[in-house]
Design a protein around this ligand. Structure first.
Ligand code: HEM
Length: 188
């Protein structure tokens, strides 16, 4: 549902808060499950904090997009490019939601308690899955991790193509403090 002329401050805030937390999670969570207990428990706290923030931002972002829509794609984009952009965005939302779902079930199966720092949510206490499912859920979680990495790489490449090749406003309109740059580029 396209609906507004531009992204507002709130769109940009939620987008970048989510992007920072996803970036930190992708970098720092890798290999967490093989750490010694004393290090793993600390990592669980940090992982819990960043993924809970991602989950909250994602739900707010989806509700906000449904309510206010999003800016139209540039007129110069062909039908295939529009379809690809749509598939990419829905794919990214879908995979992130799936990862959060699998993560919440996985947290029920850990030997050490998985407690989100800052929020103080003990996800292990939800007891949503038996401990025997731990390895299967962890394999899914790692598979989805690499799917997110691949989709994000495409997302970033597409944004750079819009900016440097197509020379449109798609990247700039999501960047804060770019009002002057956008006006200059729009006037060309
Ligand atoms: C964008 C969302 C998420 C990403 C990218 C992500 C990524 C990861 C990664 C890379 C690992 C380490 C796997 C390894 O050992 O190599 C991991 C482990 C884990 N994640 Fe997530 N995760 C996400 C969401 C969640 C959520 C929402 C929860 C639960 C609330 C969660 C719970 C866990 C648990 C419990 C482990 C450790 C399992 C173990 O020690 O055996 N994750 N995650």
């Amino acid at each position: 549902m396209a609906g507004k002329a531009d992204y507002g401050r709130f769109d940009r805030f939620i987008h970048w808060l989510m992007a920072i937390n996803i970036g930190l999670t992708l970098v720092f969570a890798r290999g967490m499950s093989t750490l010694p207990d004393d290090e793993r428990i600390l990592e669980y706290g940090d992982h819990g904090m960043s993924v809970t923030t991602i989950a909250i931002c994602l739900l707010i972002r989806i509700a906000w997009r449904v309510r206010t829509g999003f800016p139209a794609m540039p007129d110069a984009m062909g039908d295939m490019a529009r379809l690809a952009a749509k598939a990419m965005h829905y794919g990214l939302y879908g995979v992130l939601l799936a990862q959060i779902g699998v993560g919440v079930f996985l947290a029920s199966t850990t030997e050490l308690e998985f407690v989100a720092k800052g929020y103080n949510i003990n996800y292990t206490s939800f007891q949503l899955a038996p401990r025997e499912l731990h390895d299967t859920l962890l394999s899914f979680h790692i598979g989805l991790y690499w799917t997110i990495v691949a989709l994000l790489a495409l997302h970033i490449l597409a944004a750079l193509k819009h900016h440097f090749v197509d020379r449109d406003l798609v990247l700039l309109r999501m960047l804060p403090f770019t009002a002057k740059l956008r006006a200059r580029r729009a006037a060309r």
